[in-house]
Design a protein around this ligand. Structure first.
Ligand code: PMP
Length: 397
């Protein structure tokens, strides 16, 4: 029987078949429920049963907070997918990649005599930067911790042209590749001996992008949320080249949460065993097929429009699928082209579509991000509403 026992909020009646036409399409948020059908098909093999006495301790038998078994499975997964080099890298687990983002900033920004608390912070502090449009948590977290060691300073572009070049200042650059919100593969914009990159590879999986080469930066962050869809298990990991940075991140994890829940680690291990089963291809075939199909359907509708446009993602050779492949991004980065449609979010809201404002990604309100990774009902409803909106257009301007 189906595990889904409630109707989608847009449907009602005894068998959920009654559609409420006035209902609004939710394309906000990054909940990756497009993978739910994959796990429903594997409900039994992916289940975890934990006896009450199991794994009660703070520590594993090697006195660490990190499951060696799980670490081994993560390394194997990267080597099958070919999306990251793990040889010569340490691994730190985090409560979602969210926890690792700040652990990484702090580790990179700390002065060399970090554990001497009388040591003076570098003057000025590290500038934390990202390239517009970027994931807002980088700024929000940096501001939240209000550290003397680092400060969020916005977009990289002003630093590229600045008379005070990044090469003479201490900089931490966040690179999101593929990018949230626009799905583009990125490399660092800034360079120089004092620039320290953090690569956020949350979406660097074959569901969402071609994998042109294994990523091999010094500090890379991944998350289970966009790999298997288990955002609620709150699990992410970082691959780190430098031992000092690794030790600092472990220190952070120890003091902020004593590591990741052992129950979560157990569940993640089970999920990855299923992912790796039969050569580790099924989830990526499923993920790519789903996301590619969604992007094609959306592109077909928007191609009929003069009012809206989508980001262009060029086809690329994918080392995982061993062929050239077209785009299948996690989000649509929709643009309102008409002069009068200055607030694209409002335009969509009026048509009962809720996206996320472009200004949330520091890009201005001509853009709206639409999530394509929600469940099938949400996606179908989004298409339905967009189709009506586009068919109402007056024809060529
Ligand atoms: N980085 C990016 C670019 C994201 O889009 C997200 C989630 N939307 C995260 C990090 C955080 O994910 P989590 O904490 O679930 O691992």
């Amino acid at each position: 029987s189906s595990p889904v026992c409630e109707c989608h909020s847009c449907y009602g009646g005894p068998d959920c078949s009654q559609f409420f036409p006035s209902c609004s399409a939710n394309a906000d948020g990054g909940d990756p429920l497009f993978l739910e059908p994959f796990w429903i098909e594997r409900a039994a093999s992916s289940a975890v049963v934990v006896a009450g006495w199991h794994r009660m301790s703070y520590q594993y038998s090697d006195e660490s907070f990190i499951s060696k078994q799980l670490e081994k499975h993560i390394r194997k997964l990267h080597s099958i997918v070919g999306n990251a080099v793990t040889q010569g890298r340490y691994i730190v687990f985090g409560t979602g990649s969210t926890q690792l983002l700040n652990a990484a900033v702090r580790a990179l920004a700390l002065p060399d005599d970090a554990h001497n608390y009388n040591a003076s912070p570098p003057a000025p502090p590290f500038s934390v930067l990202a390239t517009i449009p970027f994931y807002p948590v980088y700024e929000l977290q940096s501001n939240l911790f209000h550290s003397v060691d680092f400060k969020f300073e916005g977009d990289t572009s002003s630093w590229k042209n600045s008379s005070d070049p990044a090469s003479s200042k201490h900089v931490i650059e966040f690179i999101t590749s593929p990018n949230n919100p626009d799905g583009q593969l990125h490399t660092a914009v800034l360079s120089g001996p004092n620039v320290k990159p953090i690569y956020d590879h949350a979406y660097y999986w074959p569901h969402f992008t071609a994998i042109p080469a294994p990523a091999d930066a010094d500090l890379m962050i991944f998350t289970l949320s966009k790999l298997t869809g288990h955002a609620g298990s709150r699990f992410g990991w970082s691959l780190i080249k430098d031992e000092v940075i690794y030790q600092r991140m472990i220190y952070y994890m120890t003091l902020s949460s004593m590591g990741v829940s052992r129950d979560s680690q157990l569940r993640v291990l089970k999920l990855l065993k299923v992912v790796l089963d039969k050569g580790g291809r099924d989830i990526f075939e499923f993920g790519h097929h789903t996301m590619r199909g969604r992007w094609q359907k959306l592109s077909n509708i928007i191609s009929m429009s003069k009012r809206f446009s989508l980001q262009k993602i060029p086809p690329k050779y994918c080392n995982f699928f061993k062929k050239n492949r077209e785009a299948s991004p996690a989000y649509a980065w929709l643009k309102c082209e008409r002069k009068e449609d200055k607030d694209c979010f409002e335009v969509l809201e009026a048509a009962n579509i809720t996206g996320r404002r472009g200004s949330m990604f520091y890009a201005g309100d001509r853009h709206v991000r639409l999530s394509l990774i929600r469940n099938q009902d949400d996606f179908d409803l989004l298409l339905h509403k967009l189709q009506s909106l586009v068919s109402e257009e007056d024809g060529p301007e």
